[in-house]
Design a protein around this ligand. Structure first.
Ligand code: ZN
Length: 389
């Protein structure tokens, strides 16, 4: 395949064919990308997860002795389980100017555009490098990108800026909410359901805690959003799953629920968990410990931390992305991306990519072919800006 020229749509077709649902290995896709880049003389660095079944990929086009521009994307996609698709999700199908398939919008479309343009980047003779940074496990809490950024910061000159190609309809997003997610486990004491005076009912304790989270969510809502840029205009809190108990006539010993909140940038992202933990410690646990000493317990384990993206007006990333996209304004969004993590490492970052977030994570996900064309044009302008000639 040495030196293959592959258009963005064809590249997208190839990438979608790899079922990189987050629970699977992404190595077949990574191997394919590495082989394609090697065919163009571009070397890839892989940063593996602990088990070695997944990898981030980092590759540099252009000079390697300076910071340059990161184009960032994730390789994993959300599951198709329990979704009704009209076409095969793993085969890109074009209909009425739309490219259907899992990941076409979120976000193999952007990754495909970057890869398709590598031969052009090389020919143009870049004065500053363009780096491709492709992560794993974004969809399950931005887990992979941390080790990728650590690798870059440790082994390479500090990148000048980063563009994250999540779907924004090629608008420039300079702010998004952050996410903290947790699993809370209540351990009670089993008993016959007629003997409520000796048991500790884990499900009912969990219900009480969830009631507290509901009131906490109301408080966060009342605090509002001073910027007026977000929909909805407040930090949101939600409980996503709950499981517990075995039979109606047994006082349940275990109950577990998963919950999250999405904080506005610029707010104290630790406040909600701090208030929850304090409520548990001062209001709930003492009574349980009295009833079942040494047995009753409530533990809350963090599952993921995704920092918010703070607006950074006039940053190198914002200025460049606005010029390339031909827009004057920036937007704020409520979904989270890896952008806040790059920013935490001191790399100016904005989000700009093809497709509409409304199409992501749904059956019959698609990206407009025109959006792919717009992204290709955006990346060509990027090359224009930093080429020698
Ligand atoms: Zn995504």
């Amino acid at each position: 395949m040495a030196g293959d020229r592959i258009g963005a749509a064809e590249m997208l077709r190839r990438l979608v064919a790899f079922d990189t649902t987050s629970r699977n290995s992404n190595l077949e896709l990574i191997d394919y990308v590495r082989g394609y880049l090697a065919g163009h003389g571009v070397e890839s660095e892989l940063v593996f997860d602990h088990g070695g079944a997944k990898a981030n990929l980092y590759a540099t086009v252009g000079p390697r002795d300076q910071g340059g521009i990161i184009l960032s994307g994730h390789t994993d996609v959300v599951p198709i389980d329990d979704q009704d698709w009209d076409t095969d999700p793993w085969v890109v199908t074009e209909r009425h100017g739309r490219l259907y398939g899992r990941g076409t919008c979120d976000m193999k479309g952007f990754v495909a555009c970057c890869l398709a343009l590598v031969p052009e980047f090389i020919e143009r003779g870049l004065k500053a490098p363009i780096h491709l940074a492709f992560s794993y496990d974004e969809e399950v809490g931005c887990l992979g990108v941390h080790s990728l950024i650590a690798h870059v910061v440790q082994h390479h000159p500090k990148p000048k800026l980063c563009l994250v190609g999540e779907p924004t309809m090629m608008q420039v997003v300079d702010a998004h909410k952050g996410i903290r997610s947790f699993v809370t486990t209540v351990t009670g004491l089993e008993a016959h359901s007629s003997q409520t005076h000796v048991g500790v009912n884990a499900v009912m304790v969990a219900a009480e805690l969830i009631g507290f989270l509901g009131r906490l969510g109301d408080d966060l809502r009342a605090q509002g959003d001073a910027t007026g840029r977000f929909t909805p205009p407040y930090t949101t809190l939600s409980v996503g799953t709950i499981e517990g108990g075995t039979a109606v006539n047994i006082i349940p010993r275990h109950c577990r629920f998963a919950w999250e909140y999405r904080s506005l940038p610029g707010t104290d992202a630790e406040e909600p968990i701090r208030r929850f933990e304090e409520h548990v410690r001062t209001r709930v646990l003492p009574a349980l410990e009295e009833k079942a000493p040494g047995i009753a317990a409530i533990t809350t384990v963090p599952r993921s931390v995704t920092p918010a993206l703070r607006p950074d007006p006039g940053s190198a990333a914002e200025t460049l992305a606005k010029a390339l996209a031909g827009v004057n304004d920036t937007l704020a969004v409520s979904y989270a991306t890896e952008a806040g993590i790059f920013q935490v490492h001191g790399i100016p970052t904005v989000v700009c990519g093809p497709g509409d977030i409304l199409q992501a994570h749904r059956p019959n996900e698609f990206v407009d072919a025109a959006q792919i064309d717009a992204c290709v044009a955006f990346l060509r302008k990027l090359a224009d800006r930093i080429c020698v000639s």
